[in-house]
Design a protein around this ligand. Sequence first.
Ligand code: COA
Length: 263
Amino acid sequence: MPSHLQSPCAEIDAQLIDRVLEITINRPERKNALTQAMYAAMAQLLNVAASDPQVRVVILTGAGGAFTSGNDLADFLGGSASSEDSPVFQFMMALYQFPKPVIAAVSGVAVGIGTTLLLHCDLSIAEDDAVFQMPFVNLGLCPEYASSLILPRIMGHAKAAELLLLGNKFDAQTAADVNICNEVVYSGEALERARKHAADLATKAPEAVRLSKKLLRQGTYEAGLTAIREEAGHFQKRLQSDEFREAATAFMEKRPADFSRFE
Ligand code: COA
């Protein structure tokens, strides 16, 4: 394993096998909730892999039966930011601009950015018992990572509004039906399936693969960047709001949030 592809963070693992870089979120005791250090490590790995010819494909996955429960809420409450110089923003940009195929292997929970990052992968494989959720409104937040732009485009306004405004959990078959995922496989088989697709892609002509990915995204690239930036600006302000403070405190205290005093 070349040293520049080693993870700088204990809770993110990186492994290069046969030109496939596997990035594993490894904090199962918190359902792989993401801290700033973990975002920074993933951003660094993606940025290095982008220009390293030893890497042809990236797999993103989670350890211990979870993909990720999204941003660590204690981190958010502690004042961590989503401004453009923050690790989370740098991770979003590194994945958004990544020039080679990225395959997500989803088991267990994929919540918040755990769902929205799938919109920026090229293939997503979900296990049949995986659970998805975009609970931003429930947390007093707003959509992020261009989800307010991409979701209506891929599934229509009504379904996007349902998933973003109600913010309920949904299953893997629904995720596939609304084009968030490509395939649903049996529990325990997502990583194996992702590795098969990755091995296949790693043998294809690399320049042809990169050019095809670029062309696929070209028509919506600038609009996506604008949406990511605009949403991040709102999201950053929402993190300072009393509505978010109530929601995140309620989560920590294991009680329902009470928004009745807000106007
Ligand atoms: N941030 C911080 N801690 C988190 C977390 C998160 N995003 N997600 C889970 N955890 C913690 C839980 O508080 C719990 O801690 P505890 O053992 O001290 O009680 C531990 O991880 C295990 O999670 P638990 O809730 O017991 O697992 P579950 O399988 O019943 O539910 C989730 C999993 C992901 C559905 C649930 O934990 C959840 O809704 N988490 C919050 C997700 C979220 O809102 N993310 C932010 C989106 S912007």
